[in-house]
Design a protein around this ligand. Structure first.
Ligand code: NAI
Ligand code: MG
Length: 368
């Protein structure tokens, strides 16, 4: 059988710097674990604009549709700020998400013990935290019609519409239940069914999908405002949280910050299953191209490395290897290895991007 395929789009700024460290991990997996990927690389964002006059060529788009997973670094930078909206680097990323129809956005909040004191919450509240927020990404109030700013009598009125179809809710619910089965089999669905009809439908459809296809998964429902409180009070009560685009935007940012630095946060965006059963998938760190530190070897590669670990788990059913990578990250942090963004007030000497990658590879070696 052919090796699973991976398309790497490193992008701009620190994107290629952090991706270089991911490539070390990919190489290690091949050499030491016999896990081989058919890796191809291409340009996206400003780098693609510089070479081709567009932030994503049709050929790259077509390749992204064929592969088992896309791994993206980051796009954008001041050099491109004055470009026309239609060719801005971000448009490359938006086109990927839209044409691959990536409706399910996975944002983990995972707290490594060595960084628990970085959190604004108490150590015991966050230490060992490992939850995932599944945010619906392609519908809801950011897309619903009618929308706009209109005149009504002698004042203006701004309108956005929260709209969800049954099939849109059902597919993201399925995605959350599938995810839960690869974790600890527990889903909490959040909406505002007390005040929104779209929330009533959300709750009904999630329950129906559960009862029909996932009765083995433990399902609970919570109003999103209560959920926000519970996330701050005792986040470890959750495993997978599934919610709509708007609530997910807020809850996933809040949950991510329970655990510390932007340089630590991975993400996945998943779409419909392909012919081989794997979902369409794009994995990327949450952070951007960080022009303020680009080219200086200061970037933390962990967010991108953990994004690759998510690919191992959710695209390639290699959960044990994903855990191996996460444990290696945990060990390196416990040993006190820190990039500049992870330095506490007590100071110390930060390692470079490449040194962090090398330390993680060494920890992987030690895991065998
Ligand atoms: P950013 O995430 O690039 O940077 C925010 C701050 O966090 C900066 O101080 C940066 O140095 C730091 N930071 C980010 N990632 C880091 C890492 N891995 N290690 C250490 N420090 C890190 O967000 P910003 O500054 O708002 O945007 C910069 C550019 O990136 C813009 O052109 C923006 O449009 C683009 N962007 C792209 C995204 C993507 O490709 N998905 C997401 C967010 C922004
Ligand atoms: Mg946001």
């Amino acid at each position: 059988m052919a090796n699973p395929s991976l398309l790497i789009l490193a992008g701009d700024g620190i994107g290629p710097e952090v991706m270089a460290e991911v490539k070390k991990i990919i190489g290690w997996m091949g050499a030491r674990r016999g896990v081989q990927f058919d890796v191809s690389e291409d340009l996206v964002g400003g780098a693609a604009y510089d070479a081709h006059g567009t932030p994503l060529t049709d050929a790259t788009m077509a390749r992204a549709q064929e592969v088992d997973a896309v791994l993206l670094g980051a796009v954008g930078g001041p050099k491109y700020d004055k470009l026309d909206f239609s060719v801005k680097p971000e448009r490359g990323l938006l086109r990927l998400r839209k044409e691959m129809d990536l409706y399910s956005n996975l944002r983990p909040a995972q707290c490594f013990d060595a960084l628990a004191d970085f959190s604004s919450l108490k150590r015991e509240v966050v230490a060992g935290l490992d939850i995932v927020i599944v945010r619906e990404l392609t519908s809801g109030v950011y897309f619903g019609e009618p929308r706009g700013i209109f005149r009504e009598g002698n004042e203006r009125v701004g309108i956005n519409t929260q709209r969800y179809t049954e099939s849109e809710i059902a597919r993201v619910a399925k995605s959350a239940f599938e995810l839960a089965r690869k974790r600890s089999n527990k889903v909490c669905s959040m909406e505002k069914a007390n005040v929104m009809e779209s929330g009533i439908l959300w709750r009904e459809v999630v329950q129906e999908v559960h009862d029909r296809d996932y009765p083995d998964v433990e399902l609970s429902h919570m109003y999103a405002d209560a959920g926000a409180m519970q996330l701050c009070r005792w986040p470890k009560q959750f495993d997978v949280i599934v919610t709509d685009n708007l609530f997910g935007d807020l809850l996933s940012d809040a949950a991510a910050m329970l655990t510390g630095s932007l340089g630590m946060l991975p993400s996945a965006s998943l779409g419909a299953p392909m012919a081989n059963g794997r979902p369409k998938a794009l994995y990327e760190p949450v952070h951007g191209s960080a022009p303020d530190i680009a080219g200086q070897g200061k970037a933390n590669p962990i967010a991108c490395i953990l994004s690759f670990a998510m690919a191992l788990r959710y695209s390639f059913d290699l959960g044990a290897e994903a855990t191996r990578v996460e444990k290696a990250v945990e060990k390196v942090l416990a040993d006190g290895v820190r990039t500049a963004d992870l330095m506490g007030p007590e100071g110390g000497t930060p390692v470079s991007t490449a040194q962090m990658g090398d330390a993680i590879v060494a920890a992987l070696d030690a895991s065998l």
